[in-house]
Design a protein around this ligand. Sequence first.
Ligand SMILES: [Mn+2]
Length: 218
Amino acid sequence: METIAQESAMQTQDRPLSPTSLPLRRAQVSRKTGETHVQVSLNLDGTGLCRAQTGIPFLDHMLHQIASHGLIDLEVEAEGDTHIDDHHTNEDVGITLGMALHEALGNRQGITRFGHFLAPLDEALVQVALDFSGRPHLSYGLEIPTQRVGQYDTQLVREFFVAVVNHSQMTLHLRQLDGINSHHIIEASFKAFARALRMAVEVDPRRSQRIPSSKGVL
Ligand SMILES: [Mn+2]
C-alpha cells in the first residue's frame, strides 16, 4: 500500500490535464409520452447558445437564462397538450432536461460537484445551493406573490425544479431573500440556478480524474 505522499505524487503525474482529455460532456434525450414529446440536447462545455421552443414562452425565457448564465449550449423542443394547460409540458421539459444533465455528467468524474450563487434582479434576491449528490432533494423557498406571470402559472416553477432535481439526481436549495415582482423573483431564481450549475459542473483541475466523493461513487 502506498503512503499518502506516494499516492499524492502518483496523482500529480496525471497532470497537467487539458479539458480535451475529458470525455465530451454532451447529451441528447428524446422523451415521448401520451401528453408530450420533448427533445433536449445540451453541451455542458458550451458558450451559452440556446434554442428553446417549448410552446410556453415564459419557460423559453427561463431556459435561455440557464443556457446563457450556465454557459451551457442548450436546445429544447417540446410539443405538448398545452391546449389543456402548461402543466404537463412544463414538467416534462424539466424531466427531460434533468435526464440530459444526468447523461452528460456520466459518472460525475472531475466535477466540482457543489455550486452556489446569490443573484439579484432589481429588488429580488435569490440564493441557490446545489450538490450533484446522486440524491434528489428540493428545498423550495420561493414565495411568488402572483398566480401568473403573463400566461405562465407561477406554481409551475416548483414543478419544473422538482422534475429537474429528480431526474438529474441533484440536491437543490432555493431561497428567496427578497423580492416583490413575480417575474423578477422567478428570473433571479433561474439566473442563480444557472450560475450555481455552472460552478458545480465545472471541472476541478485538482481532481479531474476522480469522482468527487469520499465514497468514490456519486
Ligand atoms: Mn425577464
